[in-house]
Design a protein around this ligand. Structure first.
Ligand code: SIN
Length: 539
């Protein structure tokens, strides 16, 4: 049961990036996708707005590039961003060919929506269910593909690198696959692969309020960091300006496309306020809108503000935002008649595992794609609807790179990779400790490492997170593994990376705002990089 398995390509994660990479790589060999819950459960599934891509005759990639760079607050990698905007439309056409039901107009042209930070209408969408439709179509294609196997309820414990072997590699750090936890039976086995692709998505669960599903616990970044990968710009955690504020359903996403259609943010007395913060008003980049809402809430002592669409035609609201309409109505809010109570919530990890423009990390044979990766296209603040786009574009580039490699073989024999050793591990029934620790990290992150930060708060957060980290490491080292324990270990790891990166950035830029350096942008525009020099695992 804990015997070694082998595959040509191990894809970790089943969102848009993982599924698209798997479909492409299946042309080169056998692909195995592991996903820690049911296959459809991913951040992609919750993406409402759409995919930013140049299709309008009035638009061109240069304008998309300019919008992305401006939102990114001077920190985007220009080469990667140019690739994103130029190759994006080709990948969207592939999705159309696969059958994603993007909305079209009466002439059969794609209906293009507007979102914050975009100067042009360029959001390809399936109303407010874009992510769900993309996920559904890709999953169908994957399931029909005889070269792809999906392992549900399988989680990555750690990536396998030379540190696990008796002898170290003289060729530097290499990834041989992953130790995988089969949650169905509670066993861990080595899954060897010629190439490993991390596509595990983000880490919204590091915060108390997030638009992300429960699975978003930063597993990929945490595993990659432990394996010695370079982790970049983790301080840039994006808060979506508008998540639903409701005691029975906090943090449900209210798409940016709602403001794109004309939604207006208002104070409780009905006054609009975004004109006081940015010339693009409600359609300013996300960091600016989220900070403006945060400021209004603090200034006026509010728990939330309002997003108003009551001035728009009722039929248009219901047609374009069916999920949002239905969700709010189920909670007693008719958005065609009354404004929607909203607050910012953690939404997207702009930093991640550093990659080049072919998804390569600093660990040979390890690639990263989608939200887990930091290709540099989002800089200090991601432009709306560039995330699914990034997953598609760079998944295809990973395939392109690997298809040009001369030597596609296993680096190590079965026998050289140790099996997982659970000798001496006890089944310590301390579930209450785990859930309590998760809650504590999330509270610390929300209180001290949110939209507005300071050195004092960050240092306090770091001290507390390190204490929790020591406790959890000790617990982990003597306990039989469970999925919640793996997730807790990863949440703490990612929280620490966010805080350490935030402390390194001595300026305010994009999503990172510090009251100690309020207006101060460093001229050098440097990335923050963290790399684990003390690699240690339990095997
Ligand atoms: C949204 O619909 O506002 C979310 C899309 C995104 O995060 O880009």
């Amino acid at each position: 049961m804990n015997q070694t398995k082998k595959t040509d390509f191990l894809v970790i994660g089943s969102g848009v990036a993982g599924l698209f990479a798997a479909l492409k790589l299946s042309k080169l060999g056998e692909v195995s996708i592991i996903t820690k819950k049911a296959d459809y459960e991913s951040n992609t599934n919750y993406a409402q707005g759409g995919i930013a891509s140049v299709f309008a005759s009035t638009d061109n990639p240069e304008i998309h590039l300019k919008d992305t760079l401006e939102a990114g607050a001077g920190l985007c990698d220009i080469e990667a961003t140019r690739i994103l905007v130029e190759e994006g439309p080709l990948r969207v056409k592939e999705l159309l060919e696969l059958g994603v039901p993007f909305v079209k107009d009466s002439q059969g042209n794609l209906d293009l929506a507007l979102e914050g930070g975009h100067r042009q209408k360029r959001i390809v969408h399936a109303y407010d269910r874009t992510g769900r439709e993309v996920e559904k179509t890709l999953l169908t294609a994957v399931k029909e593909n005889p070269n792809i196997a999906i392992y549900e309820y399988h989680a990555c414990v750690d990536l396998i690198t030379p540190h696990h072997l008796k002898s170290f590699s003289i060729f530097g750090n290499v990834c041989y696959g992953a130790y995988v936890f089969n949650a169905n039976i509670g066993e861990i086995f080595p899954f060897l692969a010629k190439r490993t692709i991390l596509a595990t998505g983000g880490a919204g669960q590091v915060y108390l309020h997030t638009t992300n599903p429960d699975i978003a616990t930063g597993d990929g970044v945490a595993c990659a960091f432990r394996a010695g990968a370079r982790i970049k710009n983790m301080e840039f955690y994006q808060f979506h300006p508008t998540s639903l504020y409701h005691e029975d359903s906090n943090s449900f996403l209210i798409s940016e496309a709602v403001r794109g259609k004309g939604g207006i943010l208002r104070r409780p007395n009905g006054e609009a306020f975004m004109q006081e913060y940015h010339p693009m008003k409600d359609l300013a980049p996300r960091d600016i809108v989220a900070r403006a809402i945060d400021n209004e809430m603090k200034k006026l002592g509010l728990s939330h503000v309002y997003l108003d669409v009551t001035h728009l035609p009722k039929e248009e609201i219901i047609q374009h935002f069916p999920s949002i309409y239905e969700k709010c109505l189920s909670l007693g809010i008719d958005i065609t008649q009354e404004p929607i109570p909203v607050v910012p919530a953690a939404h997207y990890m702009c930093g991640g595992v550093e990659t080049d423009v072919y998804g390569r990390t600093n660990i040979r044979n390890l690639f990263a794609v989608g939200e887990v990766a930091c290709t540099g296209v989002h800089g200090g603040n991601r432009l709306a609807s560039n995330s699914l786009l990034e997953g598609l574009v760079f998944a295809e580039r990973i395939y392109r790179y690997i298809s040009n490699e001369n030597d596609l073989s296993f680096e190590r024999e079965h026998s050289q990779i140790p099996l997982w050793d659970k000798e001496g591990m006890k089944n310590v029934e301390e579930w209450v400790l785990i859930s309590h620790d998760v809650q504590e990290v999330r509270t610390i992150m929300s209180d001290y490492v949110g939209i507005v930060r300071s050195n004092l708060r960050l240092e306090r957060a770091l001290r507390r997170i390190r204490l929790l980290s020591d406790e959890v490491t000790d617990y982990y080292n003597r306990t039989l593994i469970t999925l919640p324990l793996l997730e807790l270990r990863n949440i703490i790891q990612v929280a620490e990376l966010i805080v350490r990166s935030a402390l390194m950035r001595k300026e305010s830029r994009g999503l990172h705002y510090s009251t100690d350096y309020p207006e101060n942008r460093e001229p050098s525009r440097e990335d923050t990089i963290l790399q684990n020099k003390n690699v240690f695992w339990r095997v």
